[in-house]
Write a protein that binds this ligand. Structure first.
Ligand code: NAP
Length: 466
């Protein structure tokens, strides 16, 4: 090994260590930013190492790719709002997976068109390459479909038809069958391209029957597939850092999917094949009896000002309204008056894991004021006012009380046990699951209609005059 080779290996080792430290940092809001920077630095090391590789014959295409990719990534980071983060992530997965698939296809072409000796296309190499291409292709189209659903370009609710699961299973079995055949007969080009086409089709069909509310789970599953495809690319190219980074990505995505399923009390099979949302409306407590009680701003201001304990419960509406800063301002005013203020964080509030933590951290809300579901639920009976800020599904008591509800068993923030509940929302809009929420009809609940940021801004002024 010459010095350049030693240096490349060093950058790869450093990058791998930095990725692991980065992931560890990301596991807590306080260290998340540092974790992100460590991972970024790791990626820089990996890129530098790769650019020194002696397999590179010319730099023109690489520079062009860096410019186009950098410009696209920069523009997306700058312009895409936080609320559209799930769609943005879906696009990134599609790009990553497509890159992995393209590398695999190019390698296969090299071996089968005499550019590399076909004798080197061993069963093991074909196994890694087939795995990479299969996962890469289905993740590309699956992620694009997820993007289209989340962006509202395709209907968000599940698209289902009779025999769908059986058809999908047969398609998957045929694709995997071709993959296995290729391991034994690597030069069977027709089988190769048919497998590729079927994998592209399977990606679309996999995501079609999945309901919008389950999309984040599917996305992190697709993230996991993209990671595993990258790891397989690492085997094909004999690139250690790609194997390590892809494996970390693959398994962290998988663990995240499991955690999300747990937070919603659903099994992975139910998410993937249950077509959630297609029957939801009819099975739930729609046709809810009674009326919602509207409360005035002044009324809420008095309740808050004279409370001993207030719990803020943020949800997706706080994110769309960008109301995190004004919540913090209101909390500061209340605390100055001697009110104890806490924030209740549901693991799937918002549209991605940790969504509320990120927003509240941006508004400098101290981490010590954030309480997880298990910590805060016992506190609600002694809470004077629970203020629900654009949250809906995560405070739906049907999940606890109605065994026929599609979200039955999902752990919720039990705000209905507080002495008084104030719900800030714009109107009678439903949550992500499309279900009616009996909380809004309970005698304990008052509805304060309006955009969350506007209502909170007015509340800040009103509380100061109490
Ligand atoms: P949600 O159930 O989607 O409800 C959001 C509520 O915010 C709506 O009822 C809407 O009512 C209100 N709203 C929207 N814009 C608003 C604004 N500008 N001002 C005030 N209110 C506004 O939200 P959630 O309770 O946070 O629940 C998250 C959902 O996503 C759950 O179904 C969860 O299972 C799903 N999910 C999340 C994740 C994750 O990782 N976070 C993963 C998987 C699934 P109006 O239209 O009447 O205003």
């Amino acid at each position: 090994m010459n010095y350049t080779q030693y240096f490349i290996e060093f950058t790869y080792l450093a990058a791998s260590i930095l990725f692991i430290l980065g992931l560890k940092g990301l596991s807590h809001p306080e260290s998340a930013k540092r974790g992100m920077h460590l991972a970024e630095f790791g990626m820089l090391m990996a890129i530098i190492g790769t650019l020194l590789s002696r397999e590179i014959v010319s730099y023109e295409w690489i520079i062009a790719g860096l410019i186009v990719g950098g410009a696209l990534g920069g523009a997306m980071a700058y312009w895409v709002p936080m609320t559209a983060m799930p769609q943005r992530t879906a696009l990134s997965h599609a790009f990553g997976a497509f890159a992995a698939a393209l590398v695999g296809i190019a390698e296969y072409y090299n071996y089968t068109h005499g550019i590399k000796p076909v004798g080197d296309l061993t069963h093991l190499k074909m196994g890694a390459m087939g795995f990479e291409i299969m996962l890469g292709a289905l993740t590309t189209t699956g992620s694009l479909m997820a993007f289209a659903k989340l962006q509202g370009m395709v209907r968000g609710t599940p698209l289902i038809y009779k025999g769908q699961n059986i058809f999908n299973m047969l398609l998957l079995a045929t694709t995997v069958g071709l993959f296995i055949y290729l391991i034994f007969v690597p030069t069977a080009a027709v089988a190769f391209y048919v497998m590729l086409a079927l994998a592209f089709i399977f990606g679309i069909l996999l995501v079609l029957p999945i309901g919008a509310a389950d999309m984040p789970v599917v996305m992190s599953l697709l993230n996991s597939y993209a990671g595993l495809a990258a790891a397989a690319t690492g085997f094909v190219l004999s690139n250690n850092v790609l194997i390590i980074a892809g494996t970390l990505d693959g398994f962290s995505g998988f663990i995240l999917s499991i955690l999300m399923c747990r937070a919603m009390n659903r099994s992975m099979t139910n998410v993937l094949f249950g077509a959630f949302g297609s029957v939801a409306i009819s099975a739930a407590s729609d046709g809810q009896e009674g009326a919602m009680r509207e409360v005035s701003l002044e009324d809420v201001a008095v309740q808050l000002a004279y409370a001993n304990q207030v719990v803020f419960v943020p949800g997706y509406g706080m994110a769309t309204a960008q109301a995190q800063h004004i919540v913090r301002e209101l909390a500061d005013i209340l605390e100055k008056r001697g009110v104890s203020v806490k924030y209740a964080i549901h693991p799937v509030a918002g549209r991605m894991p940790g969504h509320m933590n990120v927003l509240l951290a941006e508004a400098n809300v101290p981490y010590s004021s954030l309480y997880e579901l298990e910590q805060i639920n016992p506190d609600f009976p002694s809470t004077d006012v629970a203020v629900v800020i654009g949250a809906n599904d995560v405070v739906n008591p049907d999940a606890r009380d109605n065994p026929n509800s599609p979200i039955a068993g999902m752990p919720i923030l039990e705000v209905d046990r507080a002495r008084s509940v104030v719900v800030l929302k714009r109107g009678k809009g439903k949550g992500f699951s499309g279900l009616e929420n009996p909380l809004f009809f309970k005698p304990v609940t008052g509805m304060l209609y309006g955009d969350a940021k506007d209502s909170l801004t007015k509340l800040v002024q009103a509380v100061q005059h109490v």
